[in-house]
Design a protein around this ligand. Structure first.
Ligand SMILES: Nc1ncnc2c1ncn2[C@@H]1O[C@H](COP(=O)(O)OP(=O)(O)OP(=O)(O)O)[C@@H](O)[C@H]1O
Length: 766
């Protein structure tokens, strides 16, 4: 207990000292800010009559300072009432006494003595706090390994500036702070874990920032959380080299972006670009695309008796085989850029065709086609400019020779005189023509280089089986080729694409035109990466021009496995050969009781996939509640909601199998109870005071205090796809799970072992 802790008084003093210091710093910086503001004002006033360049510099310099101090100020203000959360005492082997480090979300030094008051959690020494061991330890800085003894690891609970608890952690005690943090509500959870990051998570957050990292982590293992913290780490470590706007988070949908964006300012990473794959591709190819809803395919596949070729085509379009096919196709496009005529002006050959081809196919081969054309244009224009005078000179010389011959010939007759006049006219005309010839002659010549848009080429490839046959090297059957072409044509008739078409379009853009700087990146995070195909990953890696990716996913949640990744090895081999691979097996989100049910479902339906190991935390057993008809569904759902509310669950969701079912549930419940509901769609933000109705495929990555799975007219029956959807849905709750439906089979419960759920409303304690 705090009061009894021998260091309590000393810790209170330390906390007061830190708070006072922060107040002083805030006051001082505010004062400084004022003076910067005044300086900027002066500079503006002086702009008119002072040496304008000098005064302009003043503005820039002051604006920069202003920006720095205000962001520092913001951070300090944010932590002022909770300046740190932990402490370590570490004695470096080279010193004779231990030093105490107080660890928080910002670093703070005494300006005069450089004494450290708070150490940023991202600093190298803070790693010792997370590694979890006492005794002989070491940590690394850029150029050195520091070894020594860690004699204390302490956690604090500080609320509104008051020290409420002190907990000393040794090897045997459980991480109580983690326990109490996990029992809280899902509101705010993403932001608060910095004090309870676990050793295996810390390892991922800090592992070599100069390498790609691929993380297979079970549901609730903290992947999203880790992704954000690793970005924060990256910004901290490379602040001088990389700006946050050069980093990019790719999320599965806008809903997820809204969800994580709350955590970003807390971690100091708010300016990071956040986007979805679809948005990224549209921006890169500069075209809005009408897409067949990505889940239409999923729903098709969920129907019994679906077309096997449809599954195959998604797999194929996401494969490296398809990428190779497109490479062959691009070679063919390139060939069509072979030039057969010389670049000539007024009969002068300024650049030979074979030389131009050499530039295109050899010298500038490393560039996208459009950039090659631009370079060649530049070369021809420069040549034209340079040769223009020479051409005039040559014409003059040529005609002068002819004049001379006519003039100085012994019999200069009238006829010859006329000839001279004619020659003169001809000379003037040719010279005038050359003088008049503008640089446009180059563009006219290069009109033969007609580069079409990526989608035009893609259409050409996909809409004609003869065309496709040329590039498949007989690797596809006639039936497969026919299916690809027919289904593409069917979609295009409605001016629509499939999600699977985006990777090839992005790749074509990259190879034909290149990617604009603002769409490249220095660091990329991909969450829910199991749903990406290998070709998508490859296209992203090429177009962003970096391999510094943090890729996080869980193959067990691969609800789009027909088009997504099925192994991480393939990703490492074919896209990220430098990558580090990490696995996370512990799940922090949910209780043992809920995880047991979800695991049992997975073990019985997909034995090859990883199950999660829940962190020790108990709660009620999941409940199955049977309904016979809609009327009963309404009544029982209201009972469940009443129960959940009385258990003080703050965030609640009803997860349905499909969007159609979600709409039906909303229709059933709207106006029939005191609760208000929100149907979650791709672009929504979750409204705190409403009960969210979520189609299962959108539930990925989200979490709620209590979750009610509801089968009104639909059920989960498919052992592979449905089981994964169900697994995703079952792993969303933090505390309570209910399954409301017409039969147990409809939740594949015959696949689980029955002690993992009961058949009444919950009694607390399981
Ligand atoms: N070290 C930790 N301390 C406290 N809470 C944690 C910790 N790690 C994870 N959590 C919590 O566990 C929950 C799950 O984390 P997160 O959403 O990042 O997992 P995930 O691996 O992305 O899950 P999923 O794949 O199921 O979407 C969150 O509420 C998060 O705050």
């Amino acid at each position: 207990m705090t009061i009894n802790h021998p260091d309590y008084q000393q810790e209170v003093q330390r906390l007061n000292y830190t708070k006072d210091y922060i107040v002083k710093i805030l006051e001082a910086s505010e004062h400084m800010q004022e003076s910067y503001k005044d300086n900027i004002k002066d500079a503006f006033v002086n702009l008119d009559y002072l040496d304008s360049s000098l005064s302009y510099i003043n503005i820039l310099v002051n604006a920069k300072f202003f920006e720095m101090t205000s962001s520092e100020l913001d951070h300090l203000k944010r932590v002022a009432s909770k300046p740190y959360f932990g402490r370590i005492d570490f004695q470096n082997d080279e010193t004779d006494h231990p030093s105490s480090y107080y660890i928080g979300k910002v670093s703070l030094f005494k300006k005069d003595t450089q004494e450290s008051i708070i150490v940023d959690w991202r600093s190298p020494v803070a790693s010792l706090y997370y590694d979890g061991r006492l005794g002989e330890v070491e940590y690394e800085t850029e150029d050195q390994v520091h070894s020594g003894n860690l004699s204390l690891k302490r956690q604090y609970v500080i609320e509104d500036g008051e020290l409420e608890e002190i907990r000393d952690i040794d090897i045997t005690t459980r991480d109580e702070l983690l326990q109490s943090s996990l029992t809280g509500s899902s509101n705010n959870r993403l932001t608060e874990i910095v004090s309870t990051i676990q050793a295996e998570q810390n390892e991922v957050i800090r592992s070599d920032l100069s390498k790609p990292v691929i993380v297979q982590g079970v549901a609730g293992s903290g992947k999203t959380t880790i992704a954000l913290h690793r970005l924060s780490m990256f910004i901290y470590s490379y602040a001088d080299r990389v700006s946050p706007s050069e980093m990019m988070i790719l999320a599965p949908n806008r809903l997820f972006i809204n969800y994580i964006s709350e955590a970003l300012p807390e971690l100091g990473v708010e300016q990071i670009r956040q986007t979805t794959f679809i948005d990224y591709v549209e921006k890169s190819i500069k075209k809005k695309l009408k897409l067949i809803h990505p889940d239409e395919k999923l729903l098709q596949l969920l129907e019994p008796g679906h077309h096997d070729l449809s599954k195959w085509s998604s797999e194929f379009k996401g494969s490296m085989e398809f990428k190779n096919l497109i490479d062959q196709f691009i070679l063919d496009i390139e060939k069509s850029f072979t030039i057969n005529e010389h670049f000539k002006v007024e009969g002068f050959t300024l650049y030979k065709a074979n030389k131009i081809n050499q530039l295109f196919f050899e010298e500038y081969r490393y560039l996208p086609i459009d950039k090659r054309i631009k370079k060649i244009k530049g070369v021809l224009q420069a040549t034209f400019k340079k040769k223009k005078k020479e051409m005039i000179k040559l014409i003059e010389n040529k005609f002068d020779d002819q004049f001379d011959r006519l003039y100085y010939s012994p019999n200069y007759t009238e006829e010859r005189r006329k000839k001279v006049i004619k020659l003169n006219e001809e000379k003037d005309k040719r010279i005038a023509r050359i003088k008049k010839t503008s640089i446009k002659v180059v563009s006219d010549f290069l009109k033969q280089y007609e580069l079409k848009k990526p989608w035009d080429y893609y259409h050409k490839l996909m809409s004609n089986s003869d065309q496709m046959k040329v590039f498949t090297n007989d690797s596809l059957t006639d039936e497969q080729q026919k299916y690809l072409v027919e289904s593409f044509n069917q979609h295009i008739k409605k001016k629509k694409y499939e999600l699977e078409d985006l990777a090839p379009l992005l790749y074509l853009q990259y190879r034909l035109y290149g990617i604009k700087k603002e769409n490249k990146a220095k660091n990329v995070v991909i969450d829910e990466a199991q749903d990406y195909s290998i070709f998508q990953m490859y296209a992203l890696r090429m177009s962003t021009e970096t391999d510094l990716f943090t890729v996080l996913g869980d193959l067990s949640q691969g609800i789009h496995s027909y088009r997504g990744l099925t192994s991480w090895e393939q990703l490492i081999e074919q896209v990220f050969p430098r990558a580090l691979y990490r696995t996370l097996k512990k799940s922090y989100r949910t209780t043992i009781e809920i995880m047991n049910l979800a695991n049992s479902l997975l073990e019985n339906t997909q034995p090859h996939l990883d199950t999660a190991e829940p962190v020790v935390r108990h709660g009620p057993l999941p409940s199955f509640i049977q309904i016979k008809n809609e009327e009963e569904a309404k009544e029982k759902l209201i009972n469940v909601l009443a129960q959940v509310k009385s258990d003080e669950m703050e965030t609640i969701s009803i997860i349905s199998k499909t969007k159609k079912e979600a709409k039906n549930i909303l229709k059933l419940m709207e106006n029939s109870s005191d609760y208000s509901f929100q149907l979650l769609e791709e672009n929504n933000a979750i409204e705190d005071d409403k009960i969210a109705i979520v189609p299962s495929h959108l539930a990925k990555g989200l979490e709620f205090d209590a979750v009610i799975l509801m089968n009104l007219s639909e059920s989960y029956f498919h052992k592979e796809l449905d089981a994964k959807l169900l697994y995703v849905a079952m792993t969303r709750p933090l505390h309570q799970l209910y399954l409301v439906g017409t039969s147990r089979e409809g939740f594949l419960l015959e696949e689980t072992n029955s002690p993992f759920f009961n058949e009444t409303l919950n009694k607390k304690g399981g």
